[in-house]
Design a protein around this ligand. Structure first.
Ligand SMILES: Cc1cc2nc3c(=O)[nH]c(=O)nc-3n(C[C@H](O)[C@H](O)[C@H](O)COP(=O)(O)OP(=O)(O)OC[C@H]3O[C@@H](n4cnc5c(N)ncnc54)[C@H](O)[C@@H]3O)c2cc1C
Length: 462
């Protein structure tokens, strides 16, 4: 920091309610760390905000010093947008208060809340906000990009349950947005990410769920995947929206519930989450469970919060991650064959590659109603490389790029913005489609003309 920046920091110290962490301070290394260990950046300041006023102060400080500003809630940005070199990180993790009103079926949720915290608070009342599949993901970043997860086919995206937000603008002012207040902003933040300001609080509508769901993975040898996926494609064409599935290709993980003789073997798993009546779910799932020769079937009635934790050990903090994503309309024979052929080449025992079943309630909301794009997508591919360290990472990343290129001719025009890496403006434009992108740009010119919020999937104002 320059001398003038240090003077500004001195002033910030006198008004900031949370904690300010600089290089050399105890805990600095912990505070600069994000989920993806392949990202290693050294900010000049981590401002651990204790409330909305601190968020305003952090934004004003970044403006005054002209330092870049990163915004962090759960820290799960794949490309590491929530930490920067030589800039300010506004960290909202401490702002994780949740208030559930079971009568009104609403919840107000601090922006630093993680999905597991939200699920525990809402499931205590048999209610849920449809959100993601790993409990340590942040509500904020996930929601602002759209939010896909286990009950989206029944209830829609996370943004489809959003009633209002409180947001701090680039000027440090506090505004609210909802259908009736700053409605244009409310449209934009439902998919447009952190481009317009820092959201400090979300208000969600809640929906009944469980608390028991019929859920878990069914495994087959990966060599059987061409047949399993063809059967799966035809079967899901007629299943109700209470069912959501994710297909994963990987080496079976070394986890307690996987028998030792299967661990390390290449498998394909169809992971189910039936969000309706359990007995009916048993009937609906029967054809899948009896197809071919599954080597392991762990699909059973369980509390939803338990199912939500299932993926946690596969995507922990501190591993090296790289990802490419695309949407695909249908699992054609060609797409299936490419998927299996490339999955057979996975080398890292940690790499896990999910294919999401989309549709249902997500597709019943109009494309123009929110900034999120791709409501008609059939499947979202998350081609993910995972290693323990730098060792083997480059090779596994090449594997990701190879499959991603092979799928290019089969991709639909949309791609989920929360699954992009640092891929350039054209790809962000693709994520929104031309018309929405231009509308988002106009909104950006109004709310952040100087592009203070640029460490994100950026929509430049110019
Ligand atoms: C293990 C894992 C599992 C995932 N699973 C799912 C899933 O099931 N469904 C799904 O939809 N996505 C999923 N994602 C993607 C996820 O939605 C994005 O990575 C999202 O950005 C994470 O939000 P965060 O708050 O944890 O991230 P952060 O890294 O804290 O933030 C990411 C970006 O979001 C913006 N941002 C964060 N907080 C705020 C705020 N308060 N106000 C304004 N902007 C903000 C900033 O631009 C920031 O750079 C997953 C990601 C990971 C790593």
């Amino acid at each position: 920091m320059e001398a003038s920046d240090k003077a500004a920091l001195g002033e910030l110290t006198s008004t900031f309610g949370g904690e300010l962490v600089c290089p050399g301070d105890p805990g600095y290394d912990e505070q600069r760390r994000v989920w993806n260990a392949s990202i290693d950046r050294r900010p000049a300041l981590v401002a651990r905000c204790s409330g909305t006023a601190d968020v305003s102060e952090a934004i004003r400080f970044a403006r005054r010093t002209a330092l870049p500003l990163a915004v962090r809630s759960g820290g799960h940005s794949f490309p590491g947008h929530s930490v920067c070199d030589d800039g300010v990180v506004a960290d909202l993790r401490r702002m994780n208060e949740i208030q559930v009103d079971p009568e009104a079926r609403t919840a107000t949720v601090g922006a630093g809340t993680l999905l597991g915290e939200l699920d525990r608070a809402t499931q205590a009342h048999g209610l849920v906000v449809p959100a993601g599949i790993v409990t340590h993901t942040g509500v904020a970043g996930l929601t602002l990009g759209g939010g896909i997860g286990w009950v989206m086919r029944k209830y829609g995206l996370t943004i489809d349950q959003l009633l209002s937000v409180e947001m701090v603008t680039a000027e440090g002012e506090v505004v609210r947005a909802s259908e009736s207040e700053n409605a244009d902003l409310f449209w934009g933040i439902r998919g447009g990410g952190g481009n317009f300001g820092v959201v400090t609080e979300f208000e969600f509508r809640l929906n009944p769920l469980g608390p028991a769901v019929l859920a878990g993975p069914i495994f087959w040898p990966m060599a059987d995947s061409p047949q399993v996926l063809r059967f799966y494609r035809d079967w899901i064409a007629d299943t109700p929206d209470d069912l959501m599935t994710i297909v994963v290709h990987r080496m079976a993980p070394e986890l307690d519930f996987i028998p030792p003789e299967i661990q390390g073997k290449p498998v394909v798993a169809v992971i189910c989450c039936w969000a309706g009546d359990v007995e009916e779910g048993e009937r609906v799932l029967r054809p899948l469970r009896s197809f071919g020769s599954p080597v392991l079937d762990l699909c059973e009635p369980k509390p939803f919060v338990e199912h939500q934790e299932m993926f946690d050990p596969s995507f922990p903090h501190g591993r090296w991650y790289y990802m490419r994503s695309c949407d695909v309309d249908v699992l054609s024979d060609e797409v299936i064959d490419l998927t299996v052929e490339h999955s057979m080449r996975i080398r890292s025992p940690l790499t896990a590659f999910p294919i999401w079943q989309m549709g249902g309630a997500v597709a019943r909301v109009g494309e123009e109603e929110t900034a999120f794009n791709g409501r008609q997508a059939g499947h979202t591919f998350n081609i993910t490389a995972i290693t323990d360290s730098a060792e083997g990472f480059d090779e596994e990343r090449e594997w990701v790029r190879g499959l991603s290129s092979a799928l290019e001719p089969h991709q639909s025009s949309s791609v989920y913005v929360n699954f992009l890496m640092q891929e350039g403006e054209d790809r962000v434009r693709d994520a929104y489609g031309e018309a929405k992108y231009e509308r988002l740009k106009a909104l950006k010119r109004r709310y952040d003309p100087e592009n203070i919020f640029r460490l994100n999937q950026n929509i430049p104002p110019g």
